[in-house]
Design a protein around this ligand. Structure first.
Ligand SMILES: O=C(O)CCC(=O)C(=O)O
Ligand SMILES: [Fe+2]
Length: 276
């Protein structure tokens, strides 16, 4: 197994490995690399939906997304689908998966199934590095805060996605809800401090005035999206990405109108988050 940096501060590319055929030693190595980097890219994988499921089950336990359609074959595999004539995509803005749950998802394993000829990259951000580089003033301001995370504004009645042509592909309007989490968490495996707010799901700091909290959140978001903390992954057939939702953000570029794209996602369950 070979590990190379994907960009200056975000992601590693793992080569000389087939996820469908991992030895126990390779799996243990992968766990260590995942804990350290939180964002793994793989190419040229021979990885059927069955292989995807088996790898996920070996790595952790699966949680099913409440809103996306699943594949017919496997209820554990969510389809991240955009049809040729559809305009809105899933995950088109910066977010981390399931932060609206009391116990948010640990990780997500995304597999390319049908790719557009051009575009459709996924961008990622490293929230542990971004936290480290915050000014001491911002660090102390957010130190003991908690934030409210929700999905109502996206998937609920009159939610953003319900107003788009994505609506017919989504279920679970009645499963919306929110949760609060510490703004700075300790990553359970790496022990690093991580900024745990995201533009997609974080509503505001708990107990704060909405506008005041918006101003600080916007400042934090502008910091995270700087090039030194982000990277863009160009998919090719056989590509797989595996990210840690506790220390990364991602967003899917929607720059391939008129072309279809289909990805398969399995989400892995996490544990309750601990304040730094
Ligand atoms: O389609 C993508 O590249 C990512 C979509 C997304 O947000 C997800 O699968 O969690
Ligand atoms: Fe996502």
């Amino acid at each position: 197994m070979k590990v190379t940096r994907y960009s200056e501060g975000c992601g590693v590319l793992i080569s000389d490995i087939q996820l469908a055929d991992l030895s126990d030693t390779q799996l243990a190595d992968l766990r260590t690399i995942f804990a350290e980097h939180g964002l793994l890219f793989f190419r040229d994988q021979d990885f059927s939906p069955q292989d995807h499921l088996q790898f996920a089950q070996r790595f952790g336990s699966i949680v099913v997304n409440k809103f996306f359609r699943a594949t017919e074959e496997f209820p554990e595999i969510a389809e991240v689908r955009k049809e040729k004539d559809q305009h809105t995509n899933i995950g088109g803005g910066w977010h981390t998966d399931h932060s609206y749950d009391d116990i948010p998802a640990m990780g997500s394993i995304l597999v390319a199934r049908k790719l557009p000829e051009t575009g459709g990259d996924t961008q990622f951000a490293n929230l542990a590095n971004a936290y480290d580089a915050l000014s001491p003033k911002l660090k102390s301001l957010i130190e003991n805060l908690r934030a409210v995370h929700s999905n109502k504004h996206l998937y609920g009645e009159n939610g953003l996605y319900r107003m788009t042509d994505l609506a017919e592909h989504l279920g679970g309007m009645d499963r919306v809800g929110d949760a609060t989490h510490p703004v700075v968490i300790i990553h359970p495996e790496s022990g690093r401090k991580v900024l745990y707010v995201n533009p997609g799901h974080t509503i505001q700091f708990e107990g704060w005035d909405f506008t005041e909290s918006r101003n600080i959140l916007d400042e934090l978001y502008a910091h995270v999206t700087q090039p030194q903390f982000t990277c863009s992954f160009k998919w090719s057939p056989g590509s797989v990405t595996f990210w840690d939702n506790r220390c990364t953000w991602h967003q899917a570029n929607n720059d391939y109108q008129g072309q279809a794209r289909l990805m398969h996602r399995i989400t892995l369950a996490g544990s309750a988050l601990t304040a730094a």
